[in-house]
Design a protein around this ligand. Structure first.
Ligand code: KIV
Ligand code: ZN
Length: 527
């Protein structure tokens, strides 16, 4: 049993980017993408990777299993409701790792007990205890979470915590599931657990805060001061609704104000920026420019007075260095005269290892972009690499391919689009009219493919500054209860939107095919 004493100054970082983070609308990742993120999280030095919720879908199960098989270093956890089928399935996925963890949970607030679970407090304790015992039958490392703890009676939390530690839980997580609490109240709750639960030192106390009121990081830090030694967080703070506590903010608070907090983490902070870029690129969730630690403006000094201070001595306005988080700025890296060797070298520095065929395509796209665009930034290269990786992904269903797109728009007429698509040897053509050229192109594609799916989410953002910036499009389509995401970036935002739409339709076909082969998918992740 892991019974690290509470006065240990080591705070464990439990990263849930691949589980709670992936629950952000439009953020779903495929197994290859999850593996890429997991590998970087291991390099970053996180203690625990929550790789997914194995029973929620075949895809989630496969991803957790692949991560457990291939990623060594951190503990690999899977999420499971407090029911036998979830725990068994979770174990099947995580057992392949030398450090497996089953993370089981049940809601404890009166609202959830009455309205969602329809169970009495004692019944819920029974479920929790049985779940922990079952999980301990499989492995030594078992985490139990009291979902919606911040809205639960503190005495009931203490009771269920005591009973689940007795049943064998080695980590107890006390989440603010709905981002309801504040640092004073939440810190006090954790203190209360330490005061009232006699066996509390037999487990690590963990916190998991959502950001609905913008307090996830502050609440987590207050909990650490009260004795919590595991913090659950995500890269860029992605997650359900307003997201989870952001890993980079927690870690840099603890590192920059070690004089105040006095705690250590195992994070190699200089890898933070790369992790942020990777997660943003893969999920299509853009980091706001003024985001702490990893936003484009996080280390930019605009005011003359500040610039003057910075020139005289950086410590006047800089509380941490950009290098300490691996921030490299938006630098012009290459031009149209750059050679292939330098190009491949830069891709390696950015963390992309491409196959020869992919390098050829990426280099071709880079030259093409350098001809059209004055400055080529790292962000542009990242977008090219992602696009090539997606285009060359192997798949088992016949895919749509965009062959041509023509659009026209003026101030006096409705925008129109004419689209040509190939599906195998078949060529499909059609036109559409819409509110804007993107809408017209999407309507034409819907018309030619005859897809019954609905476009439920559409986002577009400029990758860098300037009117010649590439646009990054991320969209979600839905058919019955199946959702699929498409992402594409390029200098022509109408073409990028059409490509993203086609990619989403291809992904939808692929999901439908695996459903038809009998690979089940649970539509909702919530228990
Ligand atoms: O927010 C939450 O309560 C969760 C639990 C499953 C830990 O994500
Ligand atoms: Zn959560």
């Amino acid at each position: 049993m892991s019974n690290r004493p509470i006065d240990s100054n080591r705070v464990r970082i439990f990263d849930t980017t691949l589980r709670d983070g992936e629950q952000s609308p439009g953020a779903s990742m495929n197994t290859a993408e999850k593996l890429e993120v997991a590998a970087l999280l291991a390099e970053l030095g996180v203690d625990i990777i929550e790789a997914g919720f194995p029973i929620s879908s075949e895809g989630d199960f496969e991803a957790v299993k692949a991560i457990a098989e291939r990623i060594e270093g951190p503990t690999i956890a899977g999420l499971a409701r407090a029911v036998p089928a979830d725990i068994d399935r979770c174990w099947e996925a995580v057992k392949h790792n030398p450090r497996p963890r089953i993370h089981t949970f049940i809601a404890t607030s009166q609202i959830h007990l009455e309205k969602k679970l329809r169970k009495s407090p004692e019944e819920v304790i029974q479920f929790a205890v049985e779940a922990v015992k079952r999980a301990r039958g499989y492995c030594e490392d078992v985490e139990f979470s009291t979902e919606d703890a911040a809205r639960t009676s503190p005495d009931y939390i203490c009771e269920i915590v005591e009973r689940t530690i007795e049943a064998g839980a080695t980590t107890i997580n006390i989440p603010d599931t709905v981002g309801y609490s504040n640092p004073w109240e939440y810190g006090r709750l954790i203190e209360y657990v330490f005061e009232k639960v006699p066996n509390v030192h037999d487990a690590i106390i963990s916190v998991h805060c959502h950001n609905d009121m913008g307090l996830a990081v502050a609440n987590s830090l207050a909990a650490v001061r009260a004795g919590a030694r595991q913090v659950e967080c995500t890269i860029n703070g992605i997650g359900e609704r307003a997201g989870n506590a952001s890993l980079e903010e927690i870690v840099m608070n603890l590192a920059t104000r070690k004089d105040f907090f006095g705690y250590e983490t195992g994070i190699r902070t200089e890898k933070i920026y790369r992790a942020s870029r990777l997660v943003s690129n893969i999920t299509g969730l853009v980091v706001q420019p003024n985001k702490a630690i990893v936003g484009q403006n996080a280390f930019a000094h605009e005011a003359g007075i500040h610039q003057d201070g910075m020139i005289k001595d950086k410590s006047t306005y800089e509380i941490m260095t950009p290098e300490s988080v691996g921030w490299r700025g938006t630098s012009m890296v290459m031009g149209k005269h750059s050679g292939r060797h330098a190009f491949v070298q830069r891709l390696k520095e950015l963390g992309f290892i491409l196959k020869e065929e992919q390098v050829q395509l990426a280099f071709h796209d880079f030259k093409d972009l350098a001809d059209r665009k004055k400055d080529v930034f790292d962000e542009d290269l990242e977008a090219i690499c992602r696009r090539v990786q997606e285009e060359t992904e192997e798949t088992d269903v016949e895919m749509y391919k965009l062959v041509n797109l023509e659009t026209s728009s003026s101030m006096t007429e409705n925008p129109k689009a004419h689209v040509t698509i190939k599906k195998g040897s078949e060529t499909l053509e059609g036109s559409g009219e819409g509110d804007g050229p993107v809408d017209a192109a999407c309507k034409a594609i819907k018309e030619i493919t005859g897809t019954p799916s609905r476009l439920v989410d559409f986002r577009i953002a400029a990758i860098t500054g300037g009117t010649d910036a590439q646009g990054s499009v991320s969209l979600t389509v839905e058919e019955n209860d199946i959702r699929a995401v498409g992402r594409f970036s390029g200098p022509d935002i109408i073409a990028a939107s059409a490509q993203a739409y086609i990619q989403a339709l291809n992904s939808l076909e692929s999901k439908k095919a695996s459903r038809a082969r009998g690979e089940s998918e649970v539509s909702s992740r919530q228990p």
